[in-house]
Design a protein around this ligand. Sequence first.
Ligand code: BGC
Length: 386
Amino acid sequence: MRVRRARHECSKSAVPATPLTLRCVRSGKMSAEEMIMRALTVVPRQAGSLEVSEVAEPVAKDGELLVDGIALGVCGTDREIAAGQYAWAPPGEHRLILGHESLGRVREAAPGSGFSPGDLVVGIVRRPDPVPCGACAHGEFDMCRNGRYTERGIKELHGYGSGRWTVEADYAVRLDPSMEDVGMLLEPTTVVAKAWDHIERIGRRAWFEPRRVLISGAGPIGLLAALLGVQRGLDVHVLDRVTSGPKPELVAALGATYHTGSIPEVAADAQPDIVIEATGVPRLVLDAMANNAAASVICLTGVSPTGRPVEVDAGSLNRGIVLQNDVVFGTVNANRAHYDQAVRALGLADHAWLAGMVTRRLPLERAYEAFGQGEEEVKVVIDLTS
Ligand code: BGC
């Protein structure tokens, strides 16, 4: 990415000084004919480096689509990246364009690409490792074995947080035109589509007719996991600590039950056959593993903070898992098949319910506000068209 330093040009935006400084930057080396766009960028592993930069517009290579960015969802991973805890810039570059929950409209598509100008698209996040490992060679790049995968906006590839981006046609997913206001929810839906896919595959190790699922955390992942649970005809219970704001209503609108107690309390009544832990809070992770029905599947989706030890009776925990034939597994990312499953799930969902998950929309120059989310907030979206 060629970054143009233009600090003075953006002083008019009157962005208040915040811990996450937002400013434009200019570099002397761009040729006059290069088109410039704005992008949300960070210096990976450097807290406080988030800013709106002016960068050269991308040029689509063979096999790629040129896309006008519409919106970008912001998630916990983006917040970790902005806090300097995660992410890698592309080799040889200093800054990374942030953003992996994409939504855009195709501007240019080569004939035969399978796409046409005007199509609504989402870009897949992960790319297989170059070796490739056995999983990547089989299209299961979400299960990469050697860790050399790359990810748009996270690991060594620029993300989708810019006014224009390119994506290989093979890694673009078309959405119905009606999804223009909610299509940025596709990527988090792929993460839960994979979680459900694996829960069901694991369940098939023996007789499995689950009835109740307990989901801890009513953030975007927890709510979308609840949506897919309801679509499967299950009795869905969602646990969170907030009592006000849209979360309780979103859960109720699904026909699911909202709880604010502890996992042991809720599980004692609900006896869940499936637990999806979507907070990453260490105490809740342990509670999820210990409180469930016999032969349950416990799916961990939250990335925990490290360095906060909690006391645990490991013997008791292990005893419960072994004597009940439980399975505890972790899941991250999603492959192409999960994108297709997620498209179907969003298509079946109530559109107004999906729109209700988007609790705030911000123009790009106020993107920094998306990185200090309150507990009642669900999904903050950055508008890339403004
Ligand atoms: C993204 C995944 C990604 C993971 C780890 C998540 O926020 O949704 O696609 O694999 O972060 O980088």
